[in-house]
Write a protein that binds this ligand. Structure first.
Ligand SMILES: Cc1ncc(COP(=O)(O)O)c(C=O)c1O
Length: 440
């Protein structure tokens, strides 16, 4: 209420964003809607406190409440992920997923060591190292030697024997799994075994799957990994932040890597929000949610397959689906923009062995965490799949302009904004959204 009076400009932007979120389908798989009590914790007076160091080992005074908070959240994190507290420890201070990964590297590796990570266009993440046209684009690739592993060209699923062969050859000090667009379950048992066989560490980045792992809907990596990290704002449905779990013998190195290695004061307000999310994650209600997220994604994938789409890897085991639109003669970006006009918010994405460019990749990435938070189920997935198909068919009339991005955006947005079919679908989607409001 105060913000409305004192800073109308920012207030209005927030109101407009709330309206946008309420009236559209959030189908970017890395997004979700944090409940009100989490937003309350994140917006609390905890934002005012500096607390460099670890619980009860601080460089500031006035720590009595924040020490209790951080210890509590650490305990909740181990419990929520069923991690044995005799074998595992956790750091809850990383600002987000990318610095969390950097902290693990800093704790376990020396500059120049080799990391084996999933190739970005096959669904990996940029914080695992990315080199494009010989340019080292992310910090990990500037500091470490990255060897990418790939999905099988036919199945688009990992061939663990190939990964084992590569590991024997390149002898990495760290193997990382996890990515942004790999729709299949990751076999942590196999990757852990490969890493062990060559004396490498195994880091499981479960940023996307955190909520599905905590609820045991997907295989847990804890038995097989040396470190497990995740963001807290995707399937875990918390605030934007990260958790880093590590085997006890490495916790001092990890804590030092986070602070003073990479960061200053922890964001105590975020840590509080993560604590609330972790409490939610242990409830039967959240488990039912996680199961429904996967069910919804599988129905959506099956419907889109029925409609003639090439669903990468043939389906999904989790919350995300990747469509390869080359069969339709399309790249992903015009459909993504058309879907946005219709009220379906997803993103264009590379697909494995993509023949397009980073700006014009061939894929479309869709996810169900956000729409499942609104309590949508199989029936709504069928309807949404039908709308996605209609929108994509409608967009095939628009040809990619040969010029740059500016022309592309101008031509396409003007045409798409006037398209009657898209306007009609967006009206129907607003109606559906009213029927399934965002829970408080
Ligand atoms: C697998 C994976 N790791 C790390 C990250 C990085 O997280 P953040 O965006 O919080 O830095 C992401 C974000 O999408 C991710 O998907």
């Amino acid at each position: 209420m105060n913000l409305k009076k004192t800073d109308k400009q920012i207030y209005d932007i927030i109101q407009k964003e709330a309206k946008r979120q309420a009236e559209t389908l959030m189908m970017i798989p890395s997004e979700n809607m944090a409940p009100e009590e989490i937003r309350e914790a994140v917006g609390s007076i905890l934002i005012n406190k500096y607390s460099e160091g670890q619980p009860y080992r601080r460089y500031y005074q006035g720590m009595e409440n924040v020490n209790i908070l951080e210890s509590l959240v650490e305990k909740r994190a181990l419990k929520a992920f069923h991690a044995d507290p005799n074998a595992w420890d956790v750091n809850v201070q990383a600002y987000s997923g990318s610095p969390a990964n950097a902290a693990v590297y800093l704790a376990l590796l020396e500059p120049g060591d080799t990391i084996m990570s999933m190739f970005l266009p096959d669904g990996g993440h940029i914080s695992h190292g990315w080199i494009f046209k010989e340019r080292k684009l992310s910090l990990a690739s500037k500091i470490y030697n990255i060897s990418f592993y790939h999905v099988d060209p036919k199945t688009k699923i990992f061939d663990y024997e190939e990964i084992a062969k590569q590991a024997k050859k390149v002898k990495p000090k760290l193997i990382i799994s996890g990515g942004t667009a790999y729709p299949r379950d990751i076999r942590h048992d196999k990757l852990g075994k490969i890493a062990k066989s060559i004396g490498a560490y195994y880091l499981a980045d479960i940023s996307h799957e955190a909520g599905l792992v905590a609820t045991e809907v997907l295989q847990s990596p804890f038995k097989y990994a040396d470190a497990v990290m995740c963001t807290t704002h995707k399937t875990l449905r918390g605030p934007r932040g990260a958790l880093i779990f590590i085997r006890k013998e490495h916790i001092d190195a990890l804590d030092k890597a986070v602070f003073p290695g990479l960061q200053g004061g922890p964001h105590n307000h975020t840590i509080a929000g993560i604590g609330v999310a972790l409490k939610h994650a242990t409830t039967s209600k959240f488990k039912a949610y996680a199961k429904q997220v996967v069910k919804n994604a599988q129905v959506l994938a099956a419907e889109l397959k029925k409609a003639g789409y090439d669903v990468v890897s043939g389906g999904t085991d989790k919350h995300l689906i990747l469509l390869d639109l080359r069969k339709q003669g399309l790249s992903g970006n015009i459909p993504a923009m058309a879907l946005e006009k219709a009220g379906i918010i997803c993103n264009y994405n590379t697909v494995p062995y993509d023949t397009g460019s980073p700006m014009y990749p061939s894929g479309l990435r869709l996810g169900t965490p956000g729409i499942t938070t609104r309590n949508m189920k199989e029936k709504q997935m069928k309807q949404i799949a039908h709308w996605i198909d209609e929108v994509i068919k409608e967009t095939s009339q628009y040809v990619l302009p040969e010029k740059g991005k500016k022309e592309f955006v101008e031509i396409v947005t003007k045409n798409l904004s006037k398209n009657k079919k898209l306007i009609d679908i967006s009206t129907q989607i607003k109606k559906l959204c009213r029927k399934f409001p965002i829970p408080d």
